[in-house]
Design a protein around this ligand. Structure first.
Ligand code: S3P
Length: 449
């Protein structure tokens, strides 16, 4: 994959209006889950709209290594699963590339089968904490041996006789929740996950869609998710909706680039994912939900974003963090073009993403002439209004696709071009970013490394 290869520098130049229709790829979270649950049901699951980004392709390869048949024919992916408890022991190391979601969900899915698997990733993934997943997997009876600090490469020895678990997640993480639920699939009885703050609920929805018994209750403790183990999962026909986290980039680019008017059709507005759009509207963005409708049980709309010259800084409520956790980098680019201070609190998790996203954005924004303050779990960006960002800097993407795309977006609206040292990682989640932004009228150039 490209983030293992030579760096791909790219420069975003100040440009005129962005306009047209931005058809963003399929949802990354849903794509991983469709492959994994397809592999855990018996029979053929078909998936259209799958994100064909490197992260998801790595999960597809992993599912093959565990014994499922995964094949793309035409526009459709076909998965012949092996059933709950049917995973084979992989013969080689599972390389999850850049993907925390991939590795954590797959660890969960195999941890309650009597097999052993070794996982690795790229330099970014091998720095990220895995104890948040291996701690609850140990309660099922699985064992993990990794590098110091619970880092990859890591071997998981699955439980011989898994027991069900009741687990309160100590961090707001859909990956942890999902790893526990996937492990619970092959444990007898009821596995319960309790989360204090609601995180994205695609696993719960898709497990129910595949025929598992899952209930969700809200009470004083938070959200309580109960899964009955050892179901026969029924294969499904899945149409993956487009990714709101990818939609964020053309939307934000349009809001800050003078004269722009961009339509981003068919975007899921599941409340556990849509926090950015609420925040942008509070900042005064001209962002309209056109043609709101329901598709596959999810609220969906076409997003229309127009240049918004009067954006103002706001305080983003910490309770909204989980619903926009991947969007803070691009929000900070918008905040740099707003008037006043945007304060983002309750965002400690940003420090353990593909990069330390607070540090990566703060250093790059400062290089572009923007004022940033930061603490361990908060940061603030103070902008001086539309057209005020100096730019003219070279910034680091740190093997992080969202950092790379956020600075390219800012480059369209800055006074001088912004160069990102390595845009290879964009292929993990949004492989068509560059041609799509060019179609809208953006000026992006690549330079020799
Ligand atoms: C994801 C959950 C989030 C998010 C990631 C995708 C998922 O991570 O940042 O991009 O698909 O479950 P955390 O669960 O660690 O917050």
């Amino acid at each position: 994959m490209s983030s293992h290869g030579a760096p791909v520098p790219m420069t975003a130049h100040p440009c005129g209006p962005l306009s047209g229709v931005a058809e963003v790829p399929g949802d990354k979270s849903i794509s991983h889950r469709a492959l994994i649950l397809g592999a855990l049901s018996v029979g053929e699951t078909t998936v259209t709209g799958l994100l064909e980004g490197q992260d998801v392709l790595d999960t597809a390869s992993a599912m093959r290594a565990f014994g499922a048949d995964v094949e793309r024919r035409g526009e459709t992916w076909h998965i012949h699963g092996v059933g709950v408890g049917g995973f084979a022991e992989p013969e080689t190391v599972i390389d999850c590339g850049n993907s925390g979601t991939g590795v954590r969900l797959i660890m969960g899915a195999m941890a309650t089968s009597p097999i052993t698997a070794t996982f690795t990733g790229d330099a970014s993934l091998n720095r990220r904490p895995m104890a948040r997943v291996t701690d609850p997997l140990a309660l099922f009876g699985a064992r993990a041996v990794g590098r110091a600090g619970g880092r990859l490469p890591m071997t998981i020895v699955g439980a011989e006789d898994a027991v069900p678990v009741r687990y309160a997640t100590p961090v707001p993480s859909a990956q942890v929740k999902s790893a526990v639920l996937l492990a619970g699939l092959n444990a007898p009885g009821q596995t319960v996950v309790i989360e204090r703050e609601a995180t994205r609920d695609h696993s719960e929805r898709m497990l129910a869609g595949f025929g598992a018994e899952v209930s969700v209750e809200d009470d004083a403790e938070g959200r309580i998710i109960t899964l009955t183990g050892q179901p026969d999962l029924r294969p499904q026909t899945i149409a993956v909706p487009r990714d709101p986290s990818s939609a964020a980039f053309p939307v934000c680019a349009a809001l800050i680039t003078e004269g722009s008017d961009v339509l981003v059709p068919n975007i899921g507005l599941n409340p556990t994912r849509a926090g950015l759009f609420t925040t942008l509207r509070e900042m005064g963005a001209d962002l309209v939900y056109e043609n709101p409708r329901e598709e596959g049980g999810e609220p969906v709309a076409d997003l229309r974003a127009r240049f918004s010259p009067d954006l103002r800084g706001i305080e983003v409520p910490p309770g909204r963090a989980a619903s926009m956790i991947d969007e803070y980098p691009v929000l900070s680019a918008v905040a740099a073009c707003a008037e006043g201070r945007t304060l983002m609190t309750g965002v400690r998790e940003l420090r353990v993403k593909e990069s330390d996203r607070i540090d990566a954005m703060a250093r790059g924004l400062e290089a572009c002439g923007v004022t940033v303050e930061e603490g361990e779990d908060w940061w603030a960006v103070t902008g001086r209004g539309a057209g005020s960002v100096a730019g003219g800097a070279r910034v680091e993407s740190r093997l992080d696709h969202r950092i790379a795309m956020s600075f390219l977006v800012l480059g369209f609206a800055a006074r001088a071009a912004i160069t990102v040292d390595d845009c290879g990682p964009i292929a993990t989640s949004f492989p068509i970013f560059e041609p799509l932004m060019r179609t809208l009228g953006a000026t992006l150039t690549t330079e020799a490394a």
